[in-house]
Ligand binder design. Structure first.
Ligand SMILES: [Zn+2]
Ligand SMILES: [Zn+2]
Length: 381
């Protein structure tokens, strides 16, 4: 906005000047600068001065306008506005409040705000990045580098968006304020200027490299620390690593969403891990020690005699310690009894002998059979 001389200063009267004093001062100056009395070189200058004096007098001779001007300055009275009684003061009044709204909206969390110079500021956009990591990496945590696309100041125009040698000009719609007043009944609503989209400037000749945006897309490398225990779908926020703000607004944040790669052995369920452990038919029957995998190497567990398929063994604390957990979860090993294949003649013979012996022994060797056959009978009858 162009700076305007103070109305009292223009007329050369004190702020508490009476109506009579203002009238007197105006007459004197109007006579001096009247276009009819000035010709030649000084005429243009005089005309401008005359207009200035006339406007000052019009404002200060009207009690209502003078009061608005005293309270809000030039923003309180807009000589270009025409309307019903008091309309002149109203638009200016809302304009004067623009800065107050700007403070409310611009307080860090808001999307847009207003600087003391009146330009609209915006917080930069948040960026989101999906990162796939292994279960081991999630359990241990890791520091890694990522490359993210981001906006950087254009080297050619140094962020102005204007072609080198040219300059952005003040927006003619909002006069650089970045916002316009929309009147709705008694209310005056402030909206982002549709011409300059809040920047307060128009670029007549845009920079050819950034197309007037003043910024260009680049990849930036960022070191990020993945917290130990992080789980699939969890997000990490890297404050301030999003896109830069507009007109000096704060940058957005970067969100890293974690995706866990499928693991060959373990399945994760929160802090617990599950795995399937094949156990040979004979070990399941006779009992014995077997090796099971954990995230930190193999561990031995004792299988009792007569272990059935589907039985689970819990290894306390061998799961994962989640980001918000105090203790690590557990590892559940699910037994899957394996039927032997590719038998030799001898093995076949031994198994047949075993089979006959088991049949002779009857139901006592088959803990699940009796119940199952009863149910099947009921089902088919
Ligand atoms: Zn540029
Ligand atoms: Zn504008």
């Amino acid at each position: 906005m162009a700076t305007k001389r103070d109305y009292y200063e223009t007329l050369g009267v004190p702020k508490n000047a009476s109506e009579e004093e203002i009238k007197k001062a105006y007459r004197k100056l109007a006579m001096k600068h009247h276009p009819d009395r000035n010709h030649g070189d000084t005429s243009k200058d005089a005309e401008a001065k005359f207009k200035e004096v006339k406007e000052a007098y019009e404002m200060l001779s009207d009690g209502q306008k003078r009061a608005a001007y005293d309270q809000y300055g030039h923003a309180g009275v807009d000589p270009n506005m025409r309307g019903g009684p008091g309309a002149e003061g109203f638009g200016g009044f809302a304009e004067a409040f623009g800065d107050i709204f700007g403070d409310v909206f611009g307080g860090g969390g808001g999307r847009g705000g207003r600087t003391s110079s009146g330009r609209q500021v915006f917080r930069g956009s948040d960026l989101s990045y999906a990162m796939e990591i292994s279960l081991e990496e999630a359990a241990e945590g890791k520091t890694t580098e990522i490359r993210i696309p981001t906006w950087d100041e254009c080297d050619t125009c140094h962020g102005s968006g204007a072609k080198p040698g040219t300059k952005p000009i003040t927006c003619t719609t909002c006069h650089g304020a970045g916002a316009v007043q929309m009147r709705q009944g008694f209310f005056s609503v402030q909206q982002t200027c549709p011409t300059c989209h809040g920047s307060g400037k128009i670029i007549p000749e845009p920079c050819t490299v950034c197309h007037g945006q003043g910024k260009i897309k680049r990849n930036k490398t960022l070191e990020v620390k993945i917290r130990a225990g992080i789980d699939d779908g969890q997000r990490m926020r890297v404050t301030g690593s999003g896109e830069p703000g507009v007109n000096g607004g704060p940058p957005g944040d970067l969100y890293i969403e974690i995706r866990l790669k499928k693991h060959d052995i373990f399945e994760r369920d929160g802090d617990n891990l599950h795995c399937v452990v094949p156990v040979s038919m004979t070990t399941a029957a006779l009992g014995g020690e077997i090796n099971v995998p954990t995230l930190k190497g193999a561990a031995a567990i004792d299988i009792p005699e007569g272990t059935q398929s589907g039985k689970q063994f819990r290894l306390r604390g061998k799961g994962i310690k989640g980001v918000n957990s105090s203790y690590p979860g557990d590892l559940y090993c699910h037994v899957r009894v394996e039927t032997p294949v590719k038998l030799t003649e001898h093995q076949r013979k031994v198994l047949k002998e075993l089979d006959e012996s088991l049949k002779k022994g009857g139901e006592k060797h088959s803990p699940t059979d009796k119940g199952w056959f009863d149910k099947a009978k009921e089902f088919f009858s």
